[in-house]
Unconditional design. Structure first.
Length: 168
């Protein structure tokens, strides 16, 4: 039986973690390139998209790296099947685009699939979608609360839900 030292086990654990992290965010590694990669490349590297949006002759493929990932990619594909653009959409500029009155579908087209959803006892007709993202120094949630008609009521940020021991 082979024995592994404690330091060796830690090193193997860290190496495995790095491999998993790199595999979870294949787009960031540069394996897919706008202007060069094809739909076949995208399916091979990323699998099937969570959603496909049609915009004229183009399609936008949604790839959330979650449910607890902090990135969601929207990949624009032209009529020839080439990836034209790769956007990581969980960014401040897109959060600012979410306005009161927007529908759940309109928000999803901008931010992709949410990480979590919540309902609160005091406001059971309201629904909050939580989008986990990384600020550069920490993970946070961007929250979008919808009224009973399914329209954006308010938006905000939540760091409390990520704290150890939080029940949210």
């Amino acid at each position: 039986m082979t024995q592994i030292s404690f330091k060796g086990a830690i090193a193997m654990g860290l190496f495995s973690t790095l491999l998993v992290m790199a595999g979870c965010d294949r787009v960031a590694t540069g394996e897919l390139q706008a202007g060069q990669s094809t739909v076949a490349d995208m399916k091979l590297k990323m699998g099937e998209p969570a959603n496909v949006y049609r915009e004229g002759a183009k399609e936008v493929w949604e790839y959330p790296l979650g449910p607890e990932g902090v990135r969601t990619y929207m990949m624009t594909v032209n009529a020839q099947g080439t990836v034209e653009k790769i956007d990581q959409v969980l960014v401040e500029a897109n959060f600012r685009r979410i306005q009161p009155g927007m529908t759940i579908s309109e928000v999803r087209r901008i931010l992709g699939r949410n990480s979590k959803e919540q309902r609160f006892g005091m406001t059971p007709n309201e629904l909050t979608h939580k989008f986990k993202f990384h600020t550069g120094s920490e993970d946070q949630y961007f929250d979008v609360t919808y009224n009973a008609e399914g329209r954006v009521k308010e938006v905000g940020y939540d760091t409390f839900s990520l704290q150890p021991g939080s029940s949210r």
